[in-house]
Design a binder for this molecule. Sequence first.
Ligand code: HSE
Length: 347
Amino acid sequence: MRIILVGYGVVGKGVTTILAERYKDKVNDYGFNPKIVAIADIDGAVINPKGLSPEKLEEIKKRGYPISADPDFGHPGMKALDVIASVEAEVVVEVTPVNIKNGEPALSHIITAFKTGKHVVTTNKGPLALAMPALTELAEYNNVYLRFSGTVGGGTPMLEFAKRCLAGDKILAIRGILNGTTNYILTEMPQTRVSFQEALTNAQKLGYAEREPSMDIDGFDTACKVVILANWIMNKKITLKDVDRTGIRDISLEALDEASKRGNTIKLIGSIDGDKASVKPTEISKDNPLCVSGVLNAITFSTEYAAEQTLIGRGAGGIETASAVLRDLLDIRHKLADRMLNDNSES
Ligand code: HSE
């Protein structure tokens, strides 16, 4: 499987690390033989149609920016869109920074990949939050797959758990702590008696916060994840504008202390219940399985037959999120193998 990697930040580097490990293991899962044939970043690209070796990937990582300075395969100034359109590959892995204003540049990367017959794996919430119904239709129209496990729950397989493990059951409602940064802030404030601002600065140092802090603290990041869950798991055709959203800026230490006296705490909860999709600070019991601390994420699926199922795990981090990309690549590999079997049986 030839892969074009677009974006070389913390997740992109995690993807090259994990895939280089897979080359070495020579793991042959349904013929899964990943080869990164190009990496595109803002300065240009590195391209080797035969695949960049683990040694070359390591060299690129050590040299750092600009990646296009590579003496063997560097293409300074080459645009990601041109790389996607011109390099032969089966899959584009899109891991550029999130932009919820217009979804760019990721949105154009994804559309160009589809139009040139390439499957897409993305961890980018922007295009999905703004245009998920249209993008899934476009993928179908072009007969390609779009996968996005890493957009919700980081390395924790929240989307797959609901889609596969709860298959056949009806998911009636979803509630979750879907943002590590705000959960860290709401945990730190009462525990270490720090102000909102101090807790936010610590979260940024830990590397979980988005570039633009408003994405986390005003609930946009959680709202994007709510949109993805609603579309993918509950078949609702909604976008970011349909989510009723309140962030955690106004949550004081006093409010958290008051909640604590009642055996409760305040968490930023994203939920989908009936036609309502919302993000808001909510008082919940400390005994609720959703009540996880620090940067952890947790999600509860309320189902018709299996009652409530809660999944807890790390919702962010480069290597964790890259592990979701690997799962998606394997899923596409399995789907392609099934397609080939079907085609052969029909002919
Ligand atoms: N800023 C996000 C968080 C990153 O804190 O959870 C993962 O989406």
